[in-house]
Design a protein. Structure first.
Length: 93
């Protein structure tokens, strides 16, 4: 009966984190792990940003179908009429 008890203790030790553990990575292996972690974070952020831009709310204002008014000094018809008025006024004087 003593043997099952020792087997149970060994199983409990493994479940509770006891027993042999793998040694912590040292040197270059530790650096590679940190670099991979950093690349994973950057990649996840990039994917998140791209998904937001593709499927997120639109920031563009809705386009208007109306034409913007033309300033008087850009309207050739207005400039022609203004020249006629000035010419008539000069002729009348």
């Amino acid at each position: 009966m003593g043997e099952p008890d020792t087997a149970n203790r060994a199983n409990r030790a493994n479940l509770n984190g006891g027993g042999e553990a793998l040694p912590a990575p040292e040197g270059r292996a530790k650096e590679v792990g940190a670099v991979l972690y950093l690349l994973a974070v950057i990649g996840a952020a990039t994917v998140g940003i791209l998904m937001w831009r593709a499927f997120g709310p639109s920031t563009l204002p809705p386009r208007s179908t109306r034409r913007a008014p033309v300033a008087p000094d850009d309207d050739p018809e207005f400039l022609r009429k203004l020249d006629e008025r000035v010419r008539r006024r000069d002729e009348d004087q």
